[in-house]
Design a protein around this ligand. Sequence first.
Ligand code: NAD
Length: 489
Amino acid sequence: PTMAHSKALLVLENFIGGKFVPCSSYIDSYNPSTGDVYCRVPDSGKEEVEAAVKAAKDAFPVWSSKSPLERSQILNKLADMIEHDLEAFAQAESKDQGKTITFARTVDIPRAVHNFRFFASSILHHVTECTEMPTMGCVHYTSRVPVGVAGLISPWNLPLYLLTWKIAPAIACGNTVVAKPSEMTSVTAWMMCKLLEKAGVPPGVVNVVFGTGAKAGEALVCHPDVPLISFTGSTLTAQRITEKSAAHCKRLSLELGGKNPAIIFDDADLSQCIPTTVRSSFANQGEICLCTSRIFVQRGIYSEFLKRFVEEAKKWKTGNPSDPTINVGALISKEHLEKVRNYVKKAQAEGARVLCGEGVDPLALPPGNQKGYFMLPTVIAEVKDESCCMQEEIFGPVTCVVAFDTEEEVIKRANGVKYGLAATVWSSNVGRVHRVAHRLQSGLVWTNCWLVRDLNLPFGGMKASGIGREGAKDSYEFFTEVKTITIKH
Ligand code: NAD
């Protein structure tokens, strides 16, 4: 860009030891709904990570010795401040990520606020264990202490939502953190840094280093003074992180991809099931790890389901994310859009039928969005189970619908992928719902609903979808070390 052009760009800085610091080099960040570069993100590496880890280490003794109540009050203050600026955060998230302003206003930012409030509260209610051994004259009890400097790495699909889901429990437990958001969606993390001092978060407790996974992310993963890494992202990156951290035997929490099935039995209430399954397939452009991408429908209702499902999917409007009537915004990048489109092409080449969306229906965009990364909600039928469209995570507005006959058969087919994150079961038979939920290889099973979460309970995946769980108790256990202490009297 020319000088005049670059002046108009938003330039982010790292946040280290309570101060914003410029970086020696930067990377471009695009507005997905226009295709324009609008922001420059620090291209941090070892040096910046080193400074951030040092600041976090220095802040640890004071922060870790504060009472849970003191920390709780600070988290609540920060929650209030983000909530106060909710609209500005929502606008920024929508512009940076391509998601609709409605989704950012109603899901992303409210949840970021709630993450801080939730852990501000839950940190006050943990109890440790105690056992007695009267014949030995002993009592044993457990004690939990923060671990140290936590490395937090988050993806681009729910930027502030997922980053705060890690920062909140980490600091509530008394750790200090170095966070690295996705290089594609860094703006809301940077905005949050501006609030930390006023909220009472001491310098060095939360440090944010911006940059790519290969440089900044790996420097964090390889740093000997960062004993734990909480990562949300793709399975491939998780493998790399596992290898790189092995030298230090780091504690890892890995929240990864999914290939989530919806199983729809012939006794399902279709008036609830169809709109919810359209939402579970296309919400946030299908860029949620929990989105449905394989829909198994019992043969007796297959034709009716398909007809009504396509009708409903066609009602979802794709376009300018800042228009509050739009349901589907822009995909994160040009490369990602290309990848998602290629899956549709592959399905067609294999003989599957594309019933609506990509390549079938016209996509009309406003003049300002012609270069944006848009795609219509796409429904594919008659796809073979072994097709890459039924096996790999597509992470876009594409869903596959296939028929099944028996309960036994559908459980086997639903489990026949490498992932095991979330599944949905639709039936009015309570016995069947329990049976099927029990046998699905999936960390989360929603029956007759989708995305209803109680943050108290474990969240995470089986198989290639992850290691570990997050939630009130699970995150507390991950972000603390436990000791067993024996007292002889
Ligand atoms: P990604 O794995 O490419 O990147 C995630 C983060 O890791 C980014 O911050 C990236 O910069 C960083 N990173 C990349 N390479 C790294 C390396 N070698 N070392 C350290 N860090 C590195 O994932 P993405 O494309 O940003 O996100 C989409 C993926 O995230 C999808 O697979 C999706 O299912 C998954 N996801 C999972 C959950 C969950 O809770 N299970 C939630 C949201 C997204």
